[in-house]
Design a protein around this ligand. Structure first.
Ligand code: R5P
Length: 291
């Protein structure tokens, strides 16, 4: 059965449809003291695929509970799909006395599962923190589908780290150039400073592609530079539209034409699904626990 975390209900349903597997109805409750209780009252099966984006601390707790609940209900094999893995950007200790948070989360989750599937993790190396086999699925090519009739398009990565993902979206779109900016982020304030390339953007449609839009600082800074330079339309595209706080407003204020994301984080702009890419990954023998 496919078991949804509360933040991934639409994606889990899409995955159930895509794979033909039954969808479990999970429940998400709270006790008066604030403690959570996620459960799967009618779980029935030998194999569970728990699908849960961990974009909040609550979601991590819920995921641990769902993993344990399906074992308790008789699952012999558990696959954990984390469409968007929170804490993945804390993949090293950035200062004295700081934890490697991604490792701590991975080790906790790893105790309740046989396998993990991640979608476009910020750094693929984060998979090495899990004590079980991990597959990282690259679903970025789906982001090209909602883009149509772009004028002389430029696919732009706002920093070096997004160069590959921008190329993937460009290739899936089928035409256009690629380029990237350089980024510096002040760790104290979170402020982003971009050094633009000298690409000519006037009169062109520019698609800015990143893996994550969180506070929107990176993306809005890029949109701002591009609109200043006369880009015709600027479309913001990302795999994980986390969009915390006022991120959407910042993007609109900077002049973005459209925000496009996937359903790894379920938001209004999640117009394409990673379910087909996930279904393909789950179809492999190794992931189905049949190997
Ligand atoms: C960082 O390297 C990532 O690729 C994204 O650029 C970053 O996580 C976006 O964060 P924010 O939206 O807070 O600027």
């Amino acid at each position: 059965m496919i078991v949804p975390g509360s933040s991934s209900q639409l994606l889990a349903a899409a995955l159930a449809e895509e794979t033909g597997r039954p969808l479990a109805t999970a429940t998400y409750d709270r006790f008066p003291d604030g403690e959570r209780l996620a459960a799967v009252p009618e779980f029935d099966g030998r194999e569970a695929v728990v699908v849960a984006t961990t974009d909040s601390d609550e979601a991590w707790v819920e995921l641990l509970q769902l993993q344990d609940a399906v074992r308790e209900a008789g699952a012999e094999h558990v696959t954990t799909v984390i469409p968007y893995m929170g804490y993945a950007r804390q993949d090293e200790s950035f200062g004295e006395g700081q934890p490697v948070s991604a490792r701590a989360m991975a080790q906790a989750i790893g105790t309740g599962t046989d396998r993990v599937v991640l979608i476009n993790p910020h750094e693929p190396a984060v998979g090495e923190f899990y004590p079980v086999p991990v597959e990282a699925v690259d679903a970025a090519s789906v982001l090209a589908a909602p883009l149509s009739a772009l004028r002389d398009p430029l696919f732009l990565a706002p920093d070096q780290g997004a160069v590959e993902i921008a190329a993937t979206v460009r290739d899936a779109y089928g035409s256009g150039e690629t380029d990237h900016f350089e980024k510096h982020r002040d760790r104290e304030t979170g402020a982003v400073d971009l050094t633009p390339s000298d690409a000519a953007v006037a009169g062109r449609d520019v698609v800015v592609v990143d893996d994550i839009v969180a506070t929107g600082s990176t993306m809005s800074e890029a949109v701002d530079v591009l609109t200043d330079r006369g880009a015709e339309r600027v479309v913001a595209v990302c795999v994980h539209p986390v969009l915390v706080g006022n991120a959407t407003t910042k993007l609109r204020a900077a002049g973005v034409d459209r925000i496009v994301g996937t359903d790894t984080v379920e938001r209004g702009c999640s117009v394409v699904s990673v379910a087909p890419a996930l279904a393909e990954a789950l179809a492999t023998d190794a992931l189905a626990g049949e190997g």
